[in-house]
Structure formats: C-alpha cells, structure tokens
Design a protein around this ligand. Structure first.
Ligand SMILES: [Zn+2]
Length: 412
C-alpha cells in the first residue's frame, strides 16, 4: 500500500550531496530524470541543439536541455507542440528540459518591443507580426510546451540603467512573478504529460514510439524510459516546477531586496537574471557573489546566460547549481573551440597540416577520431560536418568541466 507521502509526488527534489566552501554538488530529480549539479545546460533554442542529434546528446550524458519559449511560440507554435504531446515527445528527448519565459528574448528585440504593466508587446523577428506576452500568457505557453522546469516572466533590466529605472524594473518583475505563480498554480495540471490532464487526442503511433536507447538509459540510472512522464506512470500527478528570477541590475542592495521578495512569493528554485547584458565580467561576478548569499540553501540556484569554461567553474564555486549559455554551441559554429590547452580557432592555416587530435586531453568522439587538419579542412570547405563535430567537442568540453567540478566538490 502506498503511504500518504508516496501518493503526494514531488515534482522537483533537490538533494545536496557534498559541499566545499560555498560550492555544492547535488542532484535535481525532475519528472524526466535526474540531473547532477552543478550542471551546464546546452541551449536547444528551437527544440534542437544545432547540429547535434539527441542520441549524441545522450551519449555526452546531457541530463537537461534548455529551449526558448519565444522561438518555439513563433515556430512551430505552442499549440502544435502541445497537441503532439509536449516538447519531450516532439523532440524525442526523454530527459529533463527547462524553458525560459521569453522575457529575455523579447528584451533582446530592443526596438521591436513595448513594455507595460500588463506585459510586453513585441514584433516577431521572423515576419514583423505583432504579439503580446504577459506573465499569464508566457506561463501558459510554457505549460503547453511541457518542460520540467519553467521560468517566471520577468523584465531583464538593460545595462547601464539609472538607479530609479532599475528599482522600477525590479518591482515590475516582482509583480509579474506573483502573476506568473498565480497562473501556474491554477493551471499546472494542464501540462501535456500529466496523466490527469485530458487533452486532445495524440496519434496512437506517437504513444507507442519508444526511445531507442531506453535500456542504456535505465542502466545509466536514469529514471526516464519514455517520452511521457517517465516514472512509469506511478506519479500521474507530477507537474512542472516554476522558478522565480532575481533582478535588480548591478545594485547589490536591490538584488538583496529582489531576492527576499521573490523568496516570499515562493518558488521551487531561484534564478539570477539580468546579467551578461554588456557589463564588465568583474561586475557580473561581484553581483552573483552578492546575490547568492540571499538565496535559500536548500533550493536550486540558476545563473542565466553564462559563461566561458573558466567562468562556469567560478560560478559553481560561488554556489551556483545550474547554468546555460549559447557560447559553446555558437562559438563552435564559428570554428572557435575550447580545449584543455586554451581556445583554438580551427580556421587558422597553421592547423592545415596538423595531424594531432583537437584536444589531446579530451576523450570525446571527435578528439578520439579526427585530426585538427581534417577539422580545419571541413571548416574551410564550409562542410556541415564541421559544425556538427565542433559543437560536439565544445559541449563535451563544457560537460567534462562540470563533471570535474562535481568530482572536486565530492572530494571536499
Ligand atoms: Zn573533444
């Protein structure tokens, strides 16, 4: 017989397993599997990590991906994905997913947006059509997409900004956080993979489609075995988890106030937003260090949009648990590769005759098989494979970096 505790499934558990000064190594247990933290989350903007098939991401042991609500809302549309069973099933990815709220993406449209108390009117970068995001509609979109972790709708304050402007923007984000949470609590049962949710019919073949590598995933200790709620139906009432976002610009006092008031609203995890918006790196670090002190010890902390391999190590040392950045994937497509010996621009002529591996200390499938000369040739010839291989290596390097950090925290 199930105990009362078991019949009340947690949608997100966070266990801290080891600490070393401020750094923590832990485990985030989501409806679609476990995520070891600190974790670097590859960005799959349009439900795809550009150039890398999902089975390769699994081989790299990616445990959680990020997808962008703004882009998916425009194309193929939230309703389309929801009808196809949600993002996990749509992109054939049984492991955890996090979506952003669209706030940051809309923020980066600059001239194409208009902010009011109600929300943000913006123009599509695709066709110029007019759209509106509010805390309610952004949360609704994220419920429709069905990621495991979703974000409150926030305003990313620009840099630089006058202090009064930063205060007002932070206050707006707090009001939006409350509205996001209220909408989420009222509608969280509507996530496509919640067994209690009666949604539109999904084709039978889709329901029968199973992950090719499910046996390997089981043996790797993952909970996930199918595209639906993978705890084999034992937890039908699982829902998504909503994270709040701390804003407050580059003012530690406003960051403190934002953190305290966001925590009062109450979320499953807390993100630090509004950084990496053009400020000097030293200032980013100062604000992260100051903000992290005000976040609850027992909840996951997510630093949005950072950074270089050196930076993600520094932020993990400060006690950050989750990070995401387009840098490794975007840089890879431009031939910029991160290695244990520093950055390499593979387009340089000096690699044309270099028979050695890209990174002699990397065990990824690219470094095991291909030479710098070949990678340089692929890039110079504009071969699609160049983007694929470069991305696989850079992601592998980032994931290895995080694994080393976890190992080091584990050793105390
Ligand atoms: Zn490699």
């Amino acid at each position: 017989m199930q105990s009362a505790l078991e019949s009340q499934p947690m949608s997100l558990e966070f266990q801290i397993e080891a600490t070393k000064a401020a750094a923590r190594a832990g485990r985030l247990i989501t409806p679609h599997g476990e995520v070891e933290t600190p974790v670097f989350m590859p960005v799959g903007t349009l439900a795809s990590v550009k150039g890398v098939p999902q089975e390769v991401l699994e081989e790299l042991d990616v445990q959680i991906l990020l997808a962008n609500t703004y882009h998916l809302y425009l194309r193929p549309g939230v309703e389309q994905i929801r009808r196809l069973g949600g993002l996990h099933r749509f992109m054939a990815w049984p492991r955890a997913i996090l979506t952003d709220s669209g706030g940051f993406q809309v923020f980066s449209l600059n001239d194409l947006r208009k902010v009011s108390e109600e929300g943000v009117t913006f123009r599509s970068h695709l066709d110029g059509s007019s759209h509106f995001f509010s805390p309610e509609s952004a949360t609704q979109a994220q419920i429709g997409l069905g990621a495991d972790i979703i974000m409150a709708f926030d305003e990313c304050t620009e840099y630089p900004a006058e202090s009064e402007r930063v205060r007002q923007s932070m206050a707006l984000t707090l009001r939006w956080a409350e509205r996001s949470k209220k909408y989420f609590e009222q509608h969280k049962q509507e996530v496509p993979w919640n067994a209690n949710h009666v949604g539109p019919d999904v084709p039978v073949w889709a329901g029968q489609r199973q992950l090719a590598g499910s046996a390997e995933i089981r043996s790797a200790g993952q909970v996930g075995t199918s595209f639906d709620s993978p705890r084999t139906g034992s937890a039908p009432t699982q829902t998504q988890s909503l994270f709040g976002i701390v804003q407050g610009g580059m003012d530690p006092a406003l960051r403190n106030e934002s953190a305290e008031r966001t925590i009062e609203i109450g979320f499953s995890g807390y993100a630090i937003g509004g950084l990496s918006v053009g400020e000097p790196r030293a200032l980013t670090q100062e604000i992260v260090a100051a903000t992290v002190l005000h976040l609850p010890v027992d909840k996951p902390r997510y630093l949005m949009g950072v950074g270089t391999p050196e930076e993600i190590v520094e932020y993990a040392d400060l006690g950050i648990d989750m990070m995401d950045c387009v840098l490794p994937t975007r840089a890879a497509r431009h031939g910029l590769l991160f290695t244990s010996e520093g950055k390499i621009s593979i387009k340089q002529a000096r690699y044309a005759g270099d028979d050695g591996p890209l990174d002699p200390n990397c065990g990824c499938r690219v470094c095991r098989r291909y030479s710098r000369a070949y990678l340089r040739h692929l890039y110079a010839s504009n071969e699609v494979l160049a983007q694929v291989l470069n991305t696989v290596h850079n992601l592998s390097f980032y994931l290895d970096t995080m694994r080393a950090v976890r190992h080091s925290i584990g050793l105390g």
